[in-house]
Design a protein around this ligand. Structure first.
Ligand SMILES: NC(=O)c1ccc[n+]([C@@H]2O[C@H](COP(=O)([O-])OP(=O)(O)OC[C@H]3O[C@@H](n4cnc5c(N)ncnc54)[C@H](O)[C@@H]3O)[C@@H](O)[C@H]2O)c1
Length: 370
């Protein structure tokens, strides 16, 4: 199998690539990644020499076409996305470009190239907040923030590709994922690295939002299961059924690092913050997939990894990251925040039509490296 992995230099995509190299050694793994702030070649260092790498944008049809033909791609697992809710609230345009338009381009090119299997990696966030019980694959899609709305848009493009053209595509909807190599803006790596730096951890609102936490290797294995055994046209929830309030999660992280509650800094809640996500994953269980790592076990492994790999994350917490952090957490406290947001949103909207231009210094996009 020749598998194209868009977004494979990110957090979950790189875990998937490492899993394939380990457990499907005969497959050819081709990473196709734009290397946004969240993409990092260092995530692929453990599989150096065992994958091909293409610098490219999934919304760039000729680049996708070239990759599919050059590598005779037989399957695609699409992780490429703008993936951070908080950033989507600050400015959402890039999310539409990649998560919706990019998905459409990928599907269209994959169909033309007669790719045999396609998995779209999506999220439980598309169901919106679940006050009681659990979301099944039949539950309504009710996204509440620009990120989840853009992911839902991508999911619907996948549905249309199957319904209209019988293109053999499937969707996975995974729950909140954590583990090694996660960019330090999402709650677990942010809190762990802040504490390792002797800083406080910013906890939103009353901290009572509940999430279902899935260890990254369990998530990657669930996606592989769907790739190999899923039925085209179907959606599969991938959750751990292990729910924790954010404040409980924070206490587990503090305990893991021997820190106390004085390290918590309460910050105003995220607008549109979903109260609870909860998945019914019995359909994926029917494919013989089960999560194997509990949150306490996974947190111990994750904290140990961040302690041992400061050289990976310390350089990431600089430059653009610090500017983002300032806007996200410090300016939230000021009454000027709303004004600032609407001004910056205006700037992004103007950039929407040309945001697919190559990044500065990325002129080599589309080129394959061994
Ligand atoms: N992290 C989670 O908790 C979680 C949970 C469920 C589902 N998901 C989904 O899983 C997928 C991967 O999430 P992640 O946390 O690894 O994300 P990530 O932000 O760590 O990585 C995203 C990757 O996509 C690449 N990318 C972005 N735009 C691109 C484009 N236009 N063309 C090519 N590459 C592009 C980035 O460079 C990066 O390598 C996403 O689709 C996300 O919606 C994530």
């Amino acid at each position: 199998m020749n598998v194209l992995v868009p977004g494979g230099a990110g957090f979950i995509g790189s875990a998937f690539a490492r899993l394939l190299v380990r457990e499907r050694p005969k497959w050819n793994v081709i990473i196709f990644d734009k290397l946004t702030y969240a993409g990092n070649r260092a995530n692929l260092q453990p599989v150096e020499g065992k994958h091909a790498f293409i610098l490219g944008d999934i919304a760039d049809a000729p680049a996708v076409r070239m990759a599919l033909h050059e590598h005779a791609v037989t399957a695609i697992v699409n992780f490429a996305a703008e993936s951070h809710v908080d950033r989507s609230i600050l400015s959402g345009a890039e999310f539409i470009d990649t998560d919706v338009l990019g998905t459409y381009v990928l599907l269209t090119e994959a169909r033309a190239a007669r790719v045999g299997r396609y998995v779209q990696v999506s999220t439980d966030e598309v169901y919106g907040s679940i006050s009681e019980g659990t979301a099944t694959e039949e539950s309504p899609v009710r996204p509440n923030n620009p990120y989840s709305a853009s992911k839902a848009g991508g999911d619907l493009q996948v549905r249309a590709a199957f319904q209209t053209y019988r293109f053999p595509a499937m969707v996975t909807r995974g729950s909140n994922t954590y583990g090694p190599y996660q960019y330090p803006e999402k709650i677990i790596p942010l809190f762990v690295t802040n504490l390792l730096e002797g800083k406080k951890v910013p906890l939103y609102g009353d901290g009572r939002n509940r999430r279902d936490w899935l260890y990254v290797e369990d998530h990657a294995r669930g996606i592989l299961t769907v790739l190999e055994r899923g039925t085209p046209g179907e959606i599969y929830n991938l959750g751990s059924a292990e729910e924790y309030e954010n404040v409980m999660l924070t206490r587990l992280i503090l305990a893991e690092l021997g820190k106390g509650e004085e390290c918590i800094e309460h910050v105003p809640d995220r607008p549109g913050h979903d109260r609870r996500y909860a998945l019914d994953s019995s359909k994926a269980y029917g494919l013989d997939w089960r999560p194997t790592v509990s949150l306490p076990q996974g947190l111990t492994q994750t904290v140990a990894w961040y302690k041992a790999n400061r050289a990976w994350w310390e350089p990431l917490k600089s430059g653009e990251y610090l500017e983002y952090y300032r806007r996200q957490y410090h300016e939230r406290r000021s009454p000027e925040m709303a004004k600032h947001h609407s001004a910056s949103e205006g700037r992004v909207s103007k950039g929407l039509s040309n945001s697919r231009a190559p990044h500065k210094g990325r002129e080599e996009r589309g080129r394959t490296e061994p």
